[in-house]
Design a protein around this ligand. Structure first.
Ligand code: FAD
Length: 556
């Protein structure tokens, strides 16, 4: 077709595959938990869609034609609306239709089969994040916001059915008149995000039981949401409120979008700066206990950040394997080159560990209503896991990107989008160090969580010497801190150890020996001593079964 040359040695497009059935770690991992047949059916459907050429194309469109802020209409009236490409609406609408934004009740024993369990939902979000991660933000906030809302049963009775609704209606109108709605959260202010007590937004009684909020929020993602969980100070202290964008009479609440952030990644999702000026809201939870009210909401969002990073990593690994199967260099396909195999196997191990971890944590979320130890386990393991998976994803994706050579550095390959998206999961919902410090908080406030954790990893005692040694070393470390400063200094190290040990233990129970032994040898003990501190990928011991590991991550 060209007069100058023939196009050779390029890999074909990876599209129209099933992101569920081809993901061996996911499909096999789920078998270790009680997953319902209707859940598997739904995952198959979502997997087929997430891998479809259409949804992949929507992902590109939503990130190319990014959201535009419309502050005013043509007559000069403020409208404070964000215009999105139709692809964004299609992505979010379909995700909501599968129940990805719906929060199941605590204790999912008698769950309506129409609603996914936390585990099923986690697997769906993971697959959807592979196709397009930006829509995960409002989906996650809607799912998580219900956790805070349930502390105010009267409000929850009214709003929860709408938040769990399977219909998406992008029009900005009074939320109660819509079949399904989205919820955002506006906590972070200019002067502080990790330290929410630095908030300056004030709330005063409206005189009818409601409140009027005045102040600003420095980060407010998905500002087109119908309602927002927002923190503001009353006389009794920092308090959580539910603020609707549109009031019952159809008029707009005093919620003003100042501008949209120009971000590194997460391009399809609008993140804004907002101001509220006597905006009407309802109190949620106890007055003056706002941080306590939003704790569970933030924990849910942290879990979703972990899931999203696992999905980004899985997509990057699949793209890398796909490319190297089809590309030749120096007379052999890339995948047949020993050093390339080393890299592919190593990043596949990272994705396997993350997948096993998020499945276990989502299962714990399903169980926490019936079993208090599941909640304790989740609290500790999500903090460590969020730290580990969101950090390791950025490194793993950069290596996967390099497996495609120059093609991986070009937007059309999707790899730059995955690479730019990855760090946000570490920044938001409690940045890396804040999560690591949360582990120390659990040591003081919920020491039983460590007992539950050690009971969990004790299931594999004797299965791997490096893991046994790592558990002993971790126990010693936990009692070795000379004081608060010393503990804080080591908090990241603690997070990595807790997460890596848990991943290793899960893989020993749930993955083939080729995977678990390579993971333990490369990430624990003598051979893995450097990797624990974040060394490069592609440094596995010589005798691991690389192809057995890689084949599980191949998208075919
Ligand atoms: C794309 C994007 C979208 C966002 N959307 C929203 C949203 O919708 N709603 C919302 O409320 N927020 C949102 N955020 C804000 C996000 O949650 C905050 O940026 C995050 O919590 C960190 O707060 P900060 O930016 O104020 O940083 P800071 O709190 O100033 O922290 C800066 C750094 O210091 C570290 N640090 C803090 N305390 C300690 C300590 N004691 N010891 C050691 N290190 C410490 C942190 O880990 C971080 O690395 C968004 C952020 C981004 C990037």
């Amino acid at each position: 077709m060209y007069t100058t040359h023939e196009v050779l040695n390029q890999s074909p497009l990876l599209a129209d595959y099933n992101a569920f059935s081809t993901d061996t770690a996911l499909a096999e991992g789920l078998r270790h938990y009680d997953i319902r047949p209707e859940g598997i059916d739904r995952l198959n459907r979502v997997g087929a869609r997430a891998g479809s050429a259409q949804v992949i194309e929507w992902g590109f469109q939503a990130n190319t034609f990014t959201p535009v802020l419309k502050t005013h209409d043509r007559f000069g009236y403020r409208i404070d609306e964000v215009e999105y490409h139709p692809a964004w609406h299609s992505l979010i609408s379909e995700a909501i239709g599968y129940g990805m934004a719906a929060q199941p009740p605590v204790g999912s024993g008698d769950l309506d089969s129409d609603l996914p369990t936390h585990l099923e939902r986690a697997a769906m979000l993971y697959m959807w994040s592979r196709a397009e991660a930006g829509v995960g933000c409002p989906i996650s906030m809607t799912y998580a916001g219900v956790r805070a809302l349930r502390l105010e049963p009267e409000l929850a009775a009214v709003w929860e059915p709408l938040l769990a609704g399977k219909s998406y209606d992008p029009e900005l109108r009074y939320a109660m008149d819509k079949p399904g709605i989205l919820s955002g959260m506006a906590l972070t202010e200019k002067q502080g995000g990790s330290d929410l007590r630095a908030n300056t937004t004030r709330a005063e009684p409206a005189g009818d039981g409601g409140w009027l909020l005045t102040g600003h929020k420095w980060f407010c993602s998905a500002p087109m949401c119908d309602v927002f969980l927002m923190l503001a100070y009353t006389e009794k202290g920092l308090t959580c409120f539910l603020l609707p964008r549109v009031l019952p009479d159809g008029s707009r609440n005093a919620f003003f979008i100042q501008r949209l952030k120009d971000k590194l990644g997460n391009k399809s999702n609008a993140s804004s700066e907002i101001e509220v000026d006597h905006a009407y809201a309802w109190m949620v939870g106890e007055e003056g206990r706002g941080v306590k009210t939003v704790v569970e909401m933030i924990a849910s969002c942290r879990m979703d950040a972990l899931i999203s990073s696992a999905g980004l990593m899985r997509e990057a690994v699949a793209q890398a394997i796909w490319h190297t199967i089809h590309r030749n260099a120096f007379g052999k396909t890339l995948i047949d080159q020993p050093l390339m195999r080393n890299v592919l196997a190593d990043i596949s191990l990272e994705a396997e560990g993350a997948t096993a971890l998020f499945l276990r944590l989502a299962h714990a979320t399903d169980k926490e209503g019936d079993d208090s130890s599941a909640g304790q386990f989740r609290r500790l393991a999500v903090a460590a896991g969020k730290f580990q998976v969101t950090k390791r994803a950025t490194y793993a994706i950069s290596e996967a990107l390099e497996c495609l050579g120059g093609n991986g550095y070009v937007e059309e390959s999707v790899m730059p989008r995955l690479y730019r998206e990855a760090p946000v999961n570490s920044v938001w919902e409690g940045s890396g160090s804040v999560n690591a410090l949360d582990i120390l908080r659990a040591m003081v406030k919920e020491p039983a969580a460590f007992d539950v954790y050690f009971d969990e990893v004790a299931q594999t005692t004797g299965a791997d010497q490096a893991l046994d040694d790592a558990v002993i070393a971790l126990k010693k470390e936990l009692v070795s801190f000379s004081g608060e400063d010393d503990a804080q200094w080591h908090a990241r190290d603690l997070a990595v150890r807790l997460a890596t040990i848990l991943e290793a233990s899960l893989l020993l129970r749930h993955a083939p020996e080729a995977v678990s032994s390579a993971f333990c040898r490369s990430r624990l003990g003598q051979e893995g001593r450097d990797l624990l501190s974040g060394q490069v990928f592609g440094t596995l011991p010589r005798d691991v079964d690389a192809m057995a590991i890689i084949e599980r991550s191949a998208p075919v």
